[in-house]
Ligand binder design. Structure first.
Ligand SMILES: [Zn+2]
Length: 226
């Protein structure tokens, strides 16, 4: 074993121990009296998370502004788990051969989405691979899905990921392996933390989309954030 591979093994072990300790510490953060399906402002639970709602701008596949605000809501249960992921990333100061003095962090592109917006999206792209049929509803309409990426917390710069948000094509799939290695490693970091630490499930077609599984039983909502 070379010095370099021992070092890699060491840093990997440190990351695992760090993640475990964050997880154990965060277990004291209980749901309390708040129902898991209650919509809560993301920033109330995770103040240090970045939010850039793409549907609050025209920079999305519809080319229309669909949200009147950049304020993001998620179901409380999903937020409690997402905080575990954010805290794990903030403690990760070495990744992919790079030092991140301020650690890493999450940036949210979409969270809770009113059902009326789901109808507008379906009018534009009536393809169930990319837009959930509004008659069935999306996990986003239940406050249980989140679209996100990883940033360097100090600079707020996004890490290199396979595609831009809402890219409709095979390159966005989790199983697509023709990307540069560091891009795949970044995608895998997000996936490992979201699934193993946060308990979220993946969507095979979109590397950025994660679901809080209990939200399958949450109601479809049309609450309009201001
Ligand atoms: Zn999504």
């Amino acid at each position: 074993m070379t010095d370099k591979s021992i070092f890699r093994l060491f840093t990997k072990s440190c990351s695992i121990i760090l993640l475990l300790s964050v997880f154990i510490n965060s277990c004291s953060f209980t749901l309390g009296q708040t129902p898991a399906n209650k919509l809560v402002k993301v920033k109330e639970i995770i103040p240090d998370i970045e939010i850039e709602l793409k549907y609050a701008t025209a920079e999305n596949f519809t080319k229309q502004i669909l949200y009147p605000t950049n304020t993001c809501f998620l179901a409380f249960g999903a937020l409690v788990n997402l905080k575990l992921v954010q805290d794990s990333l903030r403690n990760l100061q070495f990744h992919n051969g790079m030092n991140y003095a301020g650690g890493l962090g999450l940036k949210i592109w979409d969270g809770y989405r009113p059902r009326s917006v789901q109808y507008r999206m379906w009018d534009i792209v009536p393809d169930p691979r990319y837009v959930a049929d509004p008659n069935i509803g999306s996990s986003h309409n239940r406050g249980g899905a989140v679209d996100l990426t990883i940033i360097d917390f100090s600079t707020k710069k996004e890490l290199d990921m396979p595609t831009v948000f809402d890219f409709f094509g095979v390159e966005a799939q989790h199983e697509y392996m023709e990307h540069p290695l560091h891009v795949i490693v970044n995608r895998e970091l997000l996936k490992n933390l979201m699934t193993n630490v946060g308990g979220f499930s993946i969507y095979a077609e979109e590397w950025w989309h994660y679901k809080y599984p209990p939200s399958d039983n949450f109601p479809l909502l049309d609450f309009q954030p201001k």
